[in-house]
Design a protein around this ligand. Structure first.
Ligand SMILES: Cc1ncc(COP(=O)(O)O)c(C=O)c1O
Length: 385
């Protein structure tokens, strides 16, 4: 199989990820932070080390400000529901994933308003438009670091700087960039960073995290046991315990730690260079097919490893199905949980075909993919004639 769906979940993982998960499940699946015996202490050490590795990768000075969540959605919910209160306003964009759109919609029923700043046809966001939308009631800016539909990378340095000039913190949705585009939390001054563990960080599904800057104190959205301050009926007032109620996903976090160690060894820049080269080859190949339209920036340096296309007169679902069943190529079609983004670029409601190569794809796989799309396109033209 040629797996081109890394924007949904990365596959395969570096071998050390499988080994670490296996080790935890077999040899130390005790409850971290709860009991005092040797196996529980080993489980807690593994979680501690994963937090440390993540802190190193993102240049986060205090690893305890990294809160483990089940996915990026959990991290985004914690940030928005924890930060926004009735009467508050949030500024966001039309390129956001439903994991931002839906919590904000739910919050709108509790008196939180959201201003959605439009993006250009290629999915790019103007930082000045975000700055202009900030008013006296704005308590948070929420912006995707890169679109999961077209891959367009947002200018987060400028967005953060302009929002900070107006005293407003920024929540960055790094679902599409964590691990594949360098992110220096300290240098950028990121206030809240939401990441999945199972995409570019090579962890298993069921992992993710939210980084919360030390000067922010969102309300917890989950309440329960933490193994600390068990005498209290309230959540402990220190991170990460304030936000991590219930037993942790130790095998998943262990695997995530191994994925992040792989990234630290290889360097995000090497991963990025490989993905940009694959993207250039893929986009050049697809662009040579008559009747095919590519959306988003044409320069791979301006985007992540995501290409979206449509083909005149052929339903994207049919193309995805043929790629899967006849050629063994895994892609994702439709709206990609981001209907507003598809409206913005003009592909709503049918959506498009999304291909997202990753570090483990090869140039040869890209060439076979382009040939397969070319064949489907030729047959589509013959059938239409
Ligand atoms: C931009 C963006 N934000 C958030 C998410 C949600 O991530 P998760 O599936 O880890 O909750 C995704 C998933 O595809 C995404 O692409």
């Amino acid at each position: 199989m040629i797996y081109l769906d890394n924007a949904a979940t990365s596959h395969p993982k570096p071998p050390a990820v499988y080994e670490r998960v296996d080790y935890v499940l077999r040899d130390c699946s005790a409850n971290p932070g709860r009991s005092g015996h040797a196996m529980a202490i080993e489980a807690a050490r593994i979680i501690f080390e994963a937090r440390e590795s993540i802190a190193q990768l993102f240049n986060i000075s205090d690893p305890d400000r990294i809160i483990f969540t089940p996915n990026a959605t959990g991290a985004l919910n914690l940030a928005m529901l924890g930060m926004l209160k009735p009467g508050d306003r949030c500024v966001t964009t039309t390129m956001e994933h439903n994991s931002v759109v839906r919590p904000l919609h739910a919050l709108s029923e509790k008196g939180v308003t959201a201003a959605k700043v439009g993006a250009a046809l290629d999915g790019s966001i103007d930082p000045r438009a975000i700055a202009a939308a900030i008013d006296a009631r704005t308590r948070l800016v929420v912006v995707t670091h890169a679109s999961n539909v077209v891959g367009t990378i947002s200018p987060i340095a400028e967005i953060i700087s302009l929002a900070h000039d107006r005293g407003v913190p920024v929540l960055v949705d790094a679902a599409q960039t964590a691990g594949s585009v360098p992110i220096d939390v300290s240098a950028l001054g990121v206030d809240l960073l939401a990441c999945p563990g199972h995409k570019g960080l090579y962890g298993p599904q069921g992992t993710g995290f939210l980084y919360i800057a030390p000067y922010l104190n969102p309300e917890p959205i989950l309440f329960g046991g933490t193994g600390s301050r068990s005498d209290l009926e309230t959540m402990p007032d220190f991170a990460p315990d304030r936000y991590e109620a219930g037993t942790q996903n130790t095998p998943g976090i262990a695997g995530l730690g191994a994925g992040v160690e792989f990234l630290l060894e290889r360097g995000v820049n090497e991963i990025r260079a490989h993905e940009v080269a694959l993207m250039r080859r893929l986009m050049d190949g697809l662009a040579s097919i008559d009747g095919l339209t590519i959306y988003g920036p044409r320069d791979p340096a301006q985007k992540t490893g995501v290409v979206l296309f449509t083909f005149d007169g052929v339903d994207p679902a049919e193309i995805g199905d043929r790629l899967d069943t006849e050629f063994g190529i895994a892609v994702r079609v439709g709206l990609h949980c981001a209907p507003q983004a598809h409206r913005t670029i003009g592909t709503f409601p049918a959506g498009g075909v999304r291909m997202s190569p990753g570090f483990f794809n090869t140039a040869e796989e890209i060439d076979r993919t382009v040939a397969a799309v070319g064949q489907i396109a030729r047959e589509g033209r013959v059938a239409a004639a």
